[in-house]
Unconditional design. Structure first.
Lengths: 701, 105
């Protein structure tokens, strides 16, 4: 194959060059350097598409992935006898090719959107620098061929996420009632919790196998590196999955993602919806062969609980971005439990389709917010951060926007159909695959785990409801803020609508599978993203059972998912026709369930009362210990030293100085006495001389 | 009258010179004391030359020679000393030796 390392080096390094140039000279470039960053992501996109189509059409990676290692990286003599190897390099196979297209594609469109959305911001060029850093980190994450590079990329996307969430750091509070700098810290710290687990998982793998490269680790594990200690492999798998819990915002570490909406909307679209949060899913997919059935079961449960839990919260959110944030958490849960139940291709497929339609949803919501903000401003309705009045992101302030913003409306409607799993959309294909896999796993193979598919189907119904609720509240009905508001709302400029249309194209079914019902087959996806064999605890027979069950589950799974999705949409439509789609009546009724959902199951409060209070208590105790015991010891030592010095000073002053002064005094006194003889009178001297002579005379005689 | 008498006179003369030298405050008087002492030494020279044992042959006038030499030296000394006194007078407008105590320690 003709793709060489130069292609991948270009894909990886162009965004990095963009980042460095933006950081140092971005401000001085014409137009803040946005054209440069756009070029630095568009070229990788073209190259990625080349790689992707060669892989899809030409089967470029059927005989194994493209691997390139940095030679002589950290070759130390001390590692040689242990048999441990540390190599750094890149690896490209079908999964990587797909991720390259997703990352570069979403990034390109969202960068273009940002040129409109962020226009006029004082740190315009810096924003694009951060975006470039993110693109570089994410590409590094997907291109790496070992756990070390994965981890480095993992932390770098975390860093860029932190920088971008807190991008509006000078604002005390942004809608919906979030402090950006606090939100960025929260995201960073919550991710640390997961990353500690991830790091421990990597260490476990490294300590047992002595390898970090994916291929080497897999070879080592299938060669029996863990021996009979399957529990250790399970533990390593769960620890690695902790990283995904943090990064992909799974329950119980999902709390950072809704707050991450404090970042500008393109950031929410790119990082907190389409790509970075999918890194956890990518990681689970990439290391899929390592996970034992037990670990996969944990993964499936976490994913299913997250999917259901987040979807239920999204039901009652009134902030458009919060609805989408919880929807993202929920959809990530889908991917995770898709992987967990063994529907490997489905999980990664959903990653791709979700990246496109969720990015679209966020960008469209950005467009809506842009317009609402503008219209509220011109209708002289200013946002009041204290009461939350006239919030440009609150769906209760919108309504009837479809006439003013036709492009946004149509594209957002397409994305809504896709996320709800309506046939002829990408979301239908991928979600159907996941739910079919879950049906096979939970209802046919392991009836004791019926909860996983049940939660999945319920979440699907809720997803359809809250997404249509969002659509109806935003675009249909009458403008909530009166006709004047309606007149001022207008469509966004071309550089914001073009990305919407571009992303909307990918919500259609035919890109992925010419058969919109998946009754005949899964299209290229199942072949392209073929499931790798599990290394431990899986046999030929169980694989056969699974594939048979999947086949059997396909039709009922699809019908059930259609039923739930249709139910959700119908409920939303019915609520819309009688004017209660905003669920205001439910809120005002003071229902306990509503309050539970609106307060997000009190997870943040729970953390406040347990983790934070505990941390604060420990900190206070440590502080007390430091202030009283440590400082006491230090101050005590200091006091002893002071006392000793005082004594030493006294000895010096009175002992040593005393001797010296005594000598000086003696000399002075003697001198004073003796100088009396030096009268200066010659006659006195003569008297002395004569007397001396007399004495000498007497003595000598 | 032998050597003894001369020596007594000489000793008295020397003692008076010393007393004059030590007690007088007038610088010129002090110089006179010095002259007395010098002359007592001259007297000794002459006396010892007359009565003391001399060489076997020749005329023994060593003492007289020394006395004359010493008188010449005394004359030179007085010239220098008077110049000193004159300079003292010029500097401190007095020849009282008690006043000239610049070297007092």
């Amino acid at each position: 194959m003709e793709t060489s390392i130069a292609t991948y080096a270009l894909i990886l390094l162009l965004p990095f060059v963009g980042f460095v140039v933006q950081m140092f000279v971005g401000k001085r470039l014409p137009r803040g350097g946005d054209w440069l960053v756009l070029t630095a992501i568009a070229v990788p996109l073209v190259l990625s598409l080349g790689v992707f189509f060669r892989a899809l059409g030409g089967g470029a990676f059927t005989e194994g992935p493209f691997v390139w290692n940095v030679s002589d990286w950290l070759r130390t003599a001390s590692l040689a006898p242990t048999g441990w190897t540390l190599a750094v390099g890149i690896q490209v196979d079908n999964v990587t090719a797909m991720m390259l297209v997703v990352v570069a594609g979403c990034s390109s469109l969202i960068f273009l959107f940002s040129t409109g959305y962020m226009a006029g911001h004082p740190r315009y060029s810096r924003f694009f620098g951060y975006l470039s850093l993110f693109a570089f980190s994410m590409l590094l994450l997907v291109l790496g061929n070992n756990l070390l590079v994965l981890y480095v990329g993992w932390e770098l996307v975390g860093l860029s996420s932190y920088l971008l969430i807190g991008f509006l750091f000078e604002e005390r509070v942004v809608p919906p009632d979030i402090n950006p700098s606090a939100a960025s810290k929260k995201a960073f710290i919550v991710n640390r919790v997961g990353d500690v687990g991830f790091f421990l998982g990597i260490l476990t793998i490294f300590l047992v196998t002595g390898k970090l490269g994916y291929a080497e680790v897999f070879a080592s594990v299938s060669g029996g590196a863990f021996g009979q200690n399957t529990w250790l492999l399970t533990l390593a798998g769960i620890l690695l999955f902790c990283g995904a819990i943090g990064k992909s915002a799974q329950f119980p570490l999902h709390v950072w993602l809704p707050d991450a909406m404090a970042g500008p909307t393109p950031v929410s679209a790119l990082i907190h919806a389409a790509t970075m949060v999918a890194a956890g899913v990518y990681m689970v997919g990439r290391l899929f062969p390592l996970f034992t059935p037990d670990a996969l079961l944990v993964i499936a449960y976490v994913g299913a609980i997250t999917a259901f839990f987040a979807a239920s919260i999204a039901l009652v959110m009134t902030d458009i971005k919060r609805v989408l944030a919880y929807s993202t958490v929920s959809q990530l849960g889908y991917m995770i439990f898709g992987l967990g139940v063994g529907a490997y291709s489905a999980g990664l497929f959903h990653l791709m389709t979700h990246a496109f339609f969720k990015a679209l949803l966020f960008l469209a919501s950005g467009s809506v917010i842009h317009a609402t903000h503008h219209a509220l401003h011109h209708a002289h309705l200013e946002w009041n951060p204290d009461t939350g009045e006239n919030d440009a992101q609150d769906m209760r302030n919108m309504g009837g926007l479809w006439k003013a913003m036709p492009v946004t409306f149509v594209t957002m409607a397409m994305a809504t159909l896709a996320i709800s799993g309506v046939p002829f959309t990408s979301g239908f294909l991928s979600k159907d695959m996941i739910l079919g896999g879950a049906y096979a796993f939970g209802f046919i193979q392991h009836p004791q785990h019926f909860l996983i598919p049940l939660l999945g189907f319920l979440a699907a119904g809720m997803t359809a409801f809250y997404m249509f609720r969002l659509l109806f509240m935003t675009f249909l009905g009458k403008p909530a803020k009166g006709e004047e508001f309606g007149h001022h709302a207008h469509e966004s400029p071309w550089n914001m609508t073009v990305p919407l249309v571009g992303l909307a194209a990918f919500t259609l079914w035919f890109w992925y599978n010419l058969d919109p019902t998946t009754l005949v087959g899964y299209g290229w996806v199942g072949r392209f993203l073929a499931k790798p064999a599990t290394l431990v605890g899986s046999s030929e027979a169980s694989e056969m059972v699974l594939s048979h069950a999947t086949h059997e589950a396909h039709l009922p799974g699809m019908l059930l998912s259609l039923l739930f999705a249709g139910g959700g949409i119908a409920l939303a439509w019915w609520k819309h026709t009688n004017g209660t789609v905003s669920l205001e009546a439910w809120r005002l009724s003071g229902s306990r369930l509503y309050r539970l959902l609106a307060n997000k199951y009190y997870v943040d409060e729970f953390y406040q009362e347990t983790v934070i209070v505990l941390t604060m208590t420990v900190s206070r105790i440590s502080g007390w210990f430091d202030a009283v015991i440590i400082d006491g010891i230090v101050n005590g030592a200091a006091s002893v030293q002071v006392a000793f010095s005082w004594v030493s000073g006294k000895i010096d002053k009175f002992g040593v100085d005393g001797l010296v002064n005594l000598l000086a005094d003696f000399v002075r006194t003697t001198g004073d006495e003796v100088r009396q003889m030096q009268t200066g009178r010659i006659q006195n001297y003569l008297v002395f001389a004569v007397m001396g002579v007399i004495v000498l005379f007497l003595v000598i005689r | 009258m032998g050597l003894h008498a001369y020596l007594v006179v000489s000793a008295l003369l020397f003692s008076m010179g010393i007393v004059c030298l030590v007690t007088r405050r007038n610088a010129v008087a002090v110089l006179m004391g010095v002259e007395l002492m010098l002359n007592s030494a001259n007297l000794n020279f002459v006396a010892f030359a007359r009565f003391g044992r001399v060489g076997q042959a020749g005329l023994a006038i060593d003492g007289q020679m020394f006395a004359i030499f010493s008188i010449v030296v005394a004359a030179a000394e007085v010239a220098v000393a008077l110049a000193l006194v004159l300079n003292i007078y010029r500097n401190i407008r007095t020849i009282d030796v008690d006043e000239a105590d610049t070297l007092k320690g």
